[in-house]
Design a protein around this ligand. Structure first.
Ligand code: ZN
Length: 384
């Protein structure tokens, strides 16, 4: 927690610390640096060099504290009432700490297959940091046969999550004196019409879709920022807004941007272009995080169910790196300590009891990977 690894900052001090902690225990790490060298992923293998193995994955970055009111210093781990407060305690340094604390129990055993520790950066800004590491799995880094992503699930087993697409729509109009608005093309008016259309389309999708595994049971839409205009007495030439869609895994992620473009083309642009031929409405994609749906009979889900004793897996509406692992051919499952309600909030905390449950989970994993009569986990139990 004392390493301020807000996504905009370097995570190298934390990575140094983890590397040294592991080196003291005779374990080598591989860094996968960011393009500018200011951040790095870490990939660590413990145990036999055999292929396969189980990945334990966490992101090192956390969201900003600016604008939040904290009872105690967010970068000083503080215990109150059986809870550990601090930025990242829940999302998700608690899991990383449990994994590091479990290293001695992994090294003390003769593991039949390796444990891989995977620490990423820039998860909170579109899951971009793990992507260069994923590209090396099966190349110069071993590809785990399953990965457990330790995002806060209160140690429940999660086998699906929604997708995110982030867009920016820019409207270009024409400036004019506000006493003669008919000579201008008001970019803010057009943006307001577009946002109204997005709202109607979002409501339509909410009516049409219903997947009870997710809460809410449909794709959702949020216009999150808007900027535009120069002064109250100038017809504004520019307006831009950012909007985000969180889609069900089964939904068509192109539907809302397509509908918005056709509304712009049919309802807005003809009138705008009559006044200014340079009038424009353009939407660009700023980033996407794929949905996660574990493959039927997933080894990763079966393993997490066996380790937790749960009889079924659930689904969540927040995104993680799990979909990216699954896409790169590594079966994934999400299971980690802490409640997502505390993530990103002021006074973020993880309950000590959650960390204890996670340590038990990792202890069971160590036992399973080293037991002489290691039975393959049964691929069953998902209610998907
Ligand atoms: Zn997280």
């Amino acid at each position: 927690m004392a390493f301020d690894t807000t996504s905009a900052k370097s995570n190298l001090a934390l990575i140094d610390f983890v590397e040294n902690y592991l080196k003291d225990r005779g374990i080598a790490s591989t860094r996968v640096p960011s393009p500018d060298g200011a951040k790095a992923d870490l990939f660590v293998t413990i145990g036999s060099e055999r292929v396969g193995g189980i990945g334990l994955s966490g992101h090192s970055d956390c969201v900003p504290v600016e604008g939040q009111t904290w009872t105690s210093d967010p970068f000083v781990l503080t215990e109150r009432d059986g809870k550990l407060f601090g930025r990242g305690s829940c999302d998700m340094k608690g899991f990383i700490a449990c994994v590091l604390a479990s290293v001695p129990s992994f090294t003390a055993r003769a593991l039949n297959e390796p444990v891989h520790i995977i620490i990423s950066y820039d998860e909170e800004v579109g899951c971009t940091g793990v992507r260069p590491l994923l590209a090396r799995l099966g190349e110069d880094l071993p590809r785990p046969r399953a990965v457990i992503v330790g995002e806060p699930t209160s140690m429940a087993v999660i086998d699906a999550h929604k997708r995110i697409d982030l867009y920016r729509t820019r409207v270009t109009g024409r400036e004019a004196h506000s006493s003669m608005p008919e000579l201008g093309v008001n970019a803010i008016d057009a943006a307001a019409a577009l946002i109204g259309e997005l709202g109607r389309n979002g409501a339509r999708i909410a009516e049409q879709q219903n997947d009870a595994r997710f809460l809410p049971p449909h794709s959702t839409l949020c216009v999150g920022t808007i900027e535009g205009g120069t002064a109250p007495n100038i017809v504004p030439k520019h307006c831009a807004f950012q909007w985000q869609v969180r889609s069900l895994p089964t939904a068509d992620p192109e539907e809302l941007p397509r509908d918005l473009a056709s509304f712009a083309e049919s309802d807005l642009l003809p009138g705008m272009r009559r006044i200014s031929k340079d009038a424009k409405i353009a939407t660009e994609t700023l980033g996407s995080v794929p949905a996660f749906v574990a493959a039927p009979g997933s080894e990763a889900v079966a393993l997490a169910l066996a380790l937790t004793g749960a009889d079924r897996a659930g689904a969540v509406s927040y995104t993680t790196e799990a979909g990216l692992f699954e896409e790169s051919g590594v079966p994934a499952v999400i299971c980690g300590p802490g409640n997502i309600e505390q993530a990103h909030a002021a006074d973020e905390y993880v309950a000590i009891s959650q960390l204890e449950a996670c340590l038990d989970f990792l202890g069971s994993l160590a036992g399973r990977l080293s037991s002489a009569d290691q039975a393959p986990v049964k691929a069953a139990g998902s209610n998907r």
